[in-house]
Design a protein around this ligand. Structure first.
Ligand code: F6R
Length: 366
């Protein structure tokens, strides 16, 4: 049932090209230049008239929400707030009928997310669900939604759910951007073409697995680890750190790269691995100077770079290449080596990768 893989997590990491394709199949018609999503199409007015979008979720799904914040604001020019469901539900939040709430959940059973949805509905908001499990409580409780179609995710650490959530939310953002006239026909079409090519680029990124395994060997005994990214890849840094924490039990923190100098830089010494997402599109020069700051404090640098990069290669201890893509789609690629790194480190430390201690696949109690 693990399809020849040692663990469900690795199988699910490798399923991502297929899962992403299943997520956009039938919805994104590239030749015709259209996106069809019934849950969105039937409620287009709600989205177009929304004052803002509030995203509620927990854990990895919350990280997908943060990526979506960048996509919605950048492409569709709709203000977005991303909230931990557990905080939102108890905070007496200001919600009106003109708000659209998007709830993201792999399992569709997370208690805090479900409670946040009920609260939003009581206050008259329109609630849209992005779930993986068909017929789950959250799928039933929301007014409309779109499934991720990732297939069952068995490993407790969420992998393909994350990338397919980002895929669904990208489709929603693109469609809204087009409806609002924020993207020209041509720009819209270019995005569809690029998204269609992502599964092949994920495949290519997965070919870097042997290199990631070698790098893992060097850092498996670390006590701490820092993950840095900017813009679209800041949430990917958070997600990378969460993956490492939950399955290898190494303390890790994700940070916006520029925020490092406001505190975490004090942690950096020759023992500290720092994983930096430094792709060419997206504040590249700024990230390069952040890398220099780490290097001058003797931190060990593992950089995720765009194919052919030379500048970071000269500075970093290790580089892992990913194919070139649009900045807005880069999280779908940059997240892959981070999943693999956590996986290998956890296996090398003898951890139970698929069922880490103290964690449950779906958190149905608050
Ligand atoms: C991380 C992880 C958790 C879940 C979180 C939300 O790998 O699995 O952080 O992402 O419990 O779960 P769902 O998406 O089912 O609501």
């Amino acid at each position: 049932e693990k399809g020849g893989y040692d663990h469900f997590m690795l199988k699910e990491i490798y399923e991502q090209p297929r899962a992403i394709k299943d997520t956009y199949r039938g919805r994104m018609l590239v030749n015709e230049g259209i996106i069809k999503m019934s849950g969105l199409d039937q409620h287009m007015e709600k989205f177009l008239n929304a004052n803002r979008i509030i995203i509620v979720a927990c854990g990895t799904s919350w990280h997908a929400g943060l990526v979506a914040e960048y996509i919605f604001e950048d492409l569709a020019r709709i203000p977005v707030e991303v909230e931990y469901a557990s905080e939102f539900r108890y905070r007496n939040p200001v919600i009106t009928e003109n708000d659209v709430v998007i709830a993201i959940s792999q399992s569709g059973e997370t208690a805090d997310t479900l409670a946040a949805i009920k609260l939003a509905k009581e206050n008259g908001a329109f609630v849209f669900g992005v779930c993986n499990v068909v017929g789950s409580s959250i799928a039933r409780e929301t007014h409309a939604g779109a499934y991720t179609h990732a297939g069952p995710e068995i490993g407790v650490a969420s992998t393909k759910a994350f990338t397919t959530q980002i895929t669904v939310l990208t489709l929603v953002a693109l469609k809204l951007a087009k409806e609002k006239g924020e993207l020209s026909e041509d720009q819209f079409h270019q995005h569809l073409i690029e998204l269609e090519g992502i599964p092949a680029k994920v495949e290519k990124t997965l070919e870097g697995n042997p290199l990631v395994e070698i790098i893992a060997e060097d850092y498996k005994d670390s006590d701490n680890c820092l993950y840095l990214g900017r813009g679209y890849n800041f949430p990917v840094a958070l997600e990378g750190a969460l993956k490492l924490k939950e399955i290898s039990y190494i303390h890790a923190e994700g940070y916006p790269a520029a925020e490092m100098k406001h505190g975490p830089i004090a942690l950096i010494d020759e023992q500290m691995p720092v994983i930096v997402i430094a792709t060419r599109k997206g504040h590249y020069e700024k990230v390069v100077s952040n890398i220099q700051e780490i290097k001058s404090r003797k931190g060990k640098i593992i950089a995720i770079v765009t194919e052919g990069d030379e500048q970071v290669r000269d500075l970093a201890d290790h580089v892992i290449e990913i194919p070139e893509t649009f900045e807005s789609l880069s999280p779908l690629l940059t997240t892959i080596p981070l999943q693999l790194l956590s996986y290998h480190i956890a296996v090398m430390r003898g951890c139970n990768v698929d069922q880490p201690r103290n964690l449950a696949k779906s958190v149905t109690v608050e």
